[in-house]
Design a protein around this ligand. Structure first.
Ligand code: DHB
Ligand code: MG
Length: 219
């Protein structure tokens, strides 16, 4: 099957280019042990986020949707010593597991974890962020985009995860609230003169999905 092949290719590239150390392996195992859904980014995708951070010389990173902190760890590691990741998780149990994983990885000082609804936490954060990773409930993506722009500056990179959903994103008649949220998110980006954006479809161990990425040109 094609999807088996995608996973095999991911495994081959991961081993070569994005090998997981014991802290990343522990994080994935701990997440499974504690019943978290396997919605983490892949190792190669975590490495891609890390490379975006380096490319954009990001110092302050914002993540909406921590889950177990796997992407948080990839991003925190890519930052310079004075850098930080501010990450927001709605689910208290997920946040507790993320806290364990981040502590074990020795990154507690570089990561600020907020527990609560992102739409309650976002108004309390100090701007600007240099890179913003949107990876929470897709229903609220339009609101997260508005906040991402408010908390940005010129040159801020905004990355949205899970924007393809096995092709579901192009179904204009879908009543899946996640699909609707993603479609509105893309529509808003397309109409916003402050943003320049693209989308990249991905296949791999996570199936068929993709990213939308935007840069804030001016504000
Ligand atoms: C889902 C959410 C994610 O962030 C992800 O990476 C994969 C799946 C989901 O809600 O189905
Ligand atoms: Mg995701």
């Amino acid at each position: 099957r094609d999807s088996d092949k995608w996973a095999q290719v991911d495994a081959w590239f991961s081993e070569k280019l994005a090998p997981e150390d014991s802290d990343l392996k522990y994080t994935l195992a701990n997440n499974i042990d504690q019943g978290l859904p396997a919605h983490d980014v892949s190792a190669l995708q975590g490495k891609m986020l890390a490379i975006f951070i380096r490319m954009s010389r990001a110092v302050r990173v914002l993540e909406i949707g921590t889950l177990g902190g796997y992407s948080t760890i990839w991003m925190a590691r890519a930052l310079p010593p004075h850098g930080s990741v501010t990450t927001i998780e709605f689910n208290e149990h997920h946040a507790e597991v993320a806290r364990q994983n981040i502590n074990k990885a020795g990154l507690a000082e570089r990561v600020t974890l907020h527990i609560g609804a992102a739409l309650d936490v976002l108004p309390t954060l100090k701007a600007p962020f240099d890179l913003i990773f949107i990876d929470a409930d897709k229903v609220n993506n339009p609101h997260y985009l508005e906040w991402a722009i408010k908390l940005s500056q010129q040159g801020t990179v905004i990355v949205g995860d899970n924007t393809v959903r096995g092709g579901g994103v192009i179904d204009s008649s879908s009543d899946d609230p996640n699909v609707k949220g993603l479609r509105e998110f893309v529509q808003m980006i397309s109409e916003d003169e402050r943003l320049e954006a693209t989308a990249v479809q991905t296949v791999g161990e996570k199936g068929w999905d993709g990213f939308v990425m935007a840069i804030v040109k001016a504000r």
